[in-house]
Design a protein around this ligand. Structure first.
Ligand SMILES: [Zn+2]
Length: 417
């Protein structure tokens, strides 16, 4: 049958032959069984030590799921031999198309893992008529292989970020590589404590940590102290994304307080549905929102003043010299302290306290790509949302590494997808 010819072309295994192919109907669906036999006179390899040994006996045939063909499920059927190994005793043999524990062939496992990067795991399972568990296991295997074989040479810039993921543990700490052309997720840890980040540096190793030139993070105390201790040679930068999100949070707080105040006083609810008007950057507003914003800015509201202070701060990032940026920062902070808007004052105080790290932004410019942390953070949020419903740490961890880790894959004779 032609299927054999194709298989010999795309997946030939030394010491084994494709014997026959049978089309069966099971549970109303067609399935293709590909029978495999050991080549005559070939000796089985012991799964304990990988060495060839004399045969002991043969187990009943097992089915290994392979890549489906024309919507027909395909199985390799093979009766595994047992080896009488002088080192390990009686052991089952190793087969090159899969491992002893998994029902999926290695090829099919990689096939599923690849699709799982393009669509949700549930969709992959539905499309290829397999279970969600099989897809998860395939992805998990791909991640383990990829992390073992990834190249960690030449990493000069790191970004440390946190995302909210569960009510119980709240945060995950993510560490990214931010070098130009090589942006990827390197490491994930539970929570956002000093202990968490110490875990990263332990994994990353001393020599590599010493070679780090830039670290980009939020003004989160445990991160700051751990970076100072473990990557002392690096310039620590407070990145734009995190700084600006502190301001957005402050504006949101001011707005919420003011909405309550206006409502209590029975005033006109001008701030109704104004949340996104104030949080989005003006260039991202629609024409209709634009008109509303202009209207809103005409009111003397604390929310509007907070908004204008943030918009003014955007100029900070355009400076070239750290000196003049510093002068701008000082003036801005003074104005905010006089503005009597508490949430904004807290931001100003925080920026003053971290003035040095903030100005490092200008020293690192050109080497760190602007917006890289924000882009990765958004992707990570999408992944955690998509994994919703399977909220175990292991699932989130595997999903994030799989989508953002840029992990390598082994070389195959044939590209299935
Ligand atoms: Zn052995």
């Amino acid at each position: 049958m032609l299927v054999k010819t194709i298989l010999n072309r795309i997946e030939k295994h030394r010491g084994f032959v494709y014997a026959s192919v049978r089309l069966e109907k099971r549970g109303g669906a067609l399935e293709l069984d590909v029978y495999i036999l050991p080549r005559a006179n070939s000796r089985a390899r012991c799964s304990g030590c990988q060495r060839q040994g004399p045969g002991y006996d043969t187990l009943p045939p097992r089915r290994f799921e392979y890549v489906p063909l024309w919507g027909i499920l395909v199985f390799f059927v093979y009766a595994m031999r047992r080896v009488q190994c002088d080192r390990c005793g009686v052991r089952v043999e190793v087969v090159p198309w899969g491992d002893g524990k998994c029902q999926l062939t290695t090829t099919y496992s990689w096939f599923l893992a690849r699709w799982a990067r393009r669509m949700s795991w549930a969709e992959v399972a539905r499309s290829f008529r397999t279970s969600w568990q099989s897809v998860f296991r395939a992805v998990e295997k791909a991640v383990l292989w990829g992390r073992e074989h990834q190249n960690l040479e030449g990493i000069a810039s790191l970004g440390i970020d946190e995302i909210y993921w569960s009510r119980k543990e709240k945060y995950l700490t993510l560490v990214y590589q931010l070098d130009e052309g090589r942006r990827r997720l390197l490491w994930i840890g539970r929570e956002r404590k000093a202990k968490t980040l110490l875990g990263f540096f332990r994994w990353f190793g001393k020599a590599r940590s010493r070679a780090i030139r830039f670290v980009c993070s939020d003004m989160w105390r445990p991160y700051l102290s751990v970076v100072a201790k473990k990557a002392g040679a690096a310039i620590h930068v407070l990145d734009r994304f995190h700084v600006m999100s502190h301001m957005s949070k402050a504006i949101d707080k001011v707005r919420a307080q003011e909405v309550r105040k206006i409502k209590a006083a029975g005033g006109v609810p001008v701030l109704k549905d104004a949340r996104w008007l104030l949080l989005k950057r003006p260039e991202n507003l629609t024409a209709k929102q634009d008109v509303r914003l202009v209207d809103l800015l005409g009111h003397n509201l604390r929310s509007v003043r907070a908004y204008l202070l943030r918009e003014d701060f955007q100029f900070f990032w355009q400076y070239v010299s750290p000196h003049w940026a510093g002068a701008f920062l000082d003036r801005w902070c003074t104005r905010v302290m006089r503005a009597r808007i508490d949430p904004m004052k807290r931001v100003a105080r925080m920026l003053r306290k971290h003035r040095g790290l903030l100005l490092n932004w200008f020293r690192a410019r050109g080497t760190l790509s602007v917006g890289a942390v924000e882009g990765l953070n958004n992707k990570a949020k999408v992944v955690t949302k998509r994994a919703f419903g399977f909220r175990s740490y292991r699932v989130i961890e595997i999903a994030l590494y799989h989508s953002l880790g840029r992990l390598p894959e082994p070389k195959f004779t044939h590209q299935f997808c």
